[in-house]
Design a protein around this ligand. Sequence first.
Ligand SMILES: NC(=O)c1ccc[n+]([C@@H]2O[C@H](COP(=O)([O-])OP(=O)(O)OC[C@H]3O[C@@H](n4cnc5c(N)ncnc54)[C@H](O)[C@@H]3O)[C@@H](O)[C@H]2O)c1
Length: 370
Amino acid sequence: MIIGVPKEVKDQEWRVGIVPSGVKALVDAGHKVLVQAQAGEGSSMPDAEYKEAGAEIVGSAEVVWKRADMIVKVKEPVQQEIPHFRPGLVLFTYLHLAPIPDLTDALLKEKVAGIAYETVTDHQRGLPLLTPMSEVAGRMSVQVGAAYLEKEKGGRGVLLGGVPGVPPAKVVIIGGGVVGTNAAKIAAGMGADVTIIDVNLNRLRELDDIFGGVVRTQASNSYSIARATAEADLVIGGVLIPGASAPKLVTRQMVSRMKKGSVIVDVAIDQGGCIETAKPTTHSNPAYTVDGVVHYCVTNMPGAVPHTSTLALTNATFPYVMKLASVGAKSAIKSDEGIRQGVNTYDGHVTYKAVAESQKRPSVNVADLI
Ligand SMILES: NC(=O)c1ccc[n+]([C@@H]2O[C@H](COP(=O)([O-])OP(=O)(O)OC[C@H]3O[C@@H](n4cnc5c(N)ncnc54)[C@H](O)[C@@H]3O)[C@@H](O)[C@H]2O)c1
């Protein structure tokens, strides 16, 4: 198989889909890997390392997309990449299609097999390709939130951990999954007063065991969320309903009742956000203020720490890349339940139910198409 690795073009996105060690393994297995010049530069992985691993370095994105059977990327394609779509192309990347009907239209029109990292499942029906980036974003959310709580960044001027004689900041984390747990770990480590809100009581039990009382847990409902957010210095949104748009759990009215200079980091913004006043931002212009509350809503947070993120991501994605290359996409989709769950578009159809429901389109079971 010819595998193409284009340089990411999304604003401030420095990650890359395959690292040199992955290229070597693919080339050793008899595949060809085309890497766009400087694709790994932003992750401190220069062309020379890719070349040494056996990649062919290609000057333009257009040639990479044109010659490859399968494109391995990081983020969903942006406008300028859409003209590269063509029938038969396999696209393995984060897609986050639910809030982007235009991209869905383009994938359907060109009959691209769009396999989304975020819906591939493992044997425990977990989301193994979302986990590493959620770990990064969850840990980063506290680092970023602490910075925006500083006065000169528009915050209340609150130190997350407080000092002896001054209480710490109140951090409210909505969603106690991977993002939420990693955020809680860092926030508690910095000495903050941390509450995690989740709808899944069993998850709250696990969190209670994991954190041993250092972190408070709270069942999710609009009453508990309104109360907790009104008292919070930092609110972190980490809710997920797989493949679907995030529910707007913090309403505009709740935001208006938050303390002036408090901070919201809506990590779930890549699925539309779980805060009503959240809208997607970029690393170039990451934050804005509504009702005196600072909102940080960057859709690709891990892009800010590309070296760590690229290694964490490719550790998880690479076994799937190898499988898709070795047996071919169609066989891999047929034989591997986890990869099948990742297929969001195939042969002109939406094949992931939650995406179809979010966009009010029909969906088809991919097993009926192959
Ligand atoms: N912005 C970024 O750069 C970035 C990076 C990584 C992940 N994310 C996003 O962060 C979000 C969370 O990811 P994750 O890996 O932690 O997901 P996860 O599945 O591990 O956790 C989601 C949690 O939300 C909880 N939940 C669902 N409905 C809820 C409700 N009504 N109230 C409270 N909790 C509820 C679930 O029970 C679950 O514990 C996803 O949207 C993911 O795409 C964003």
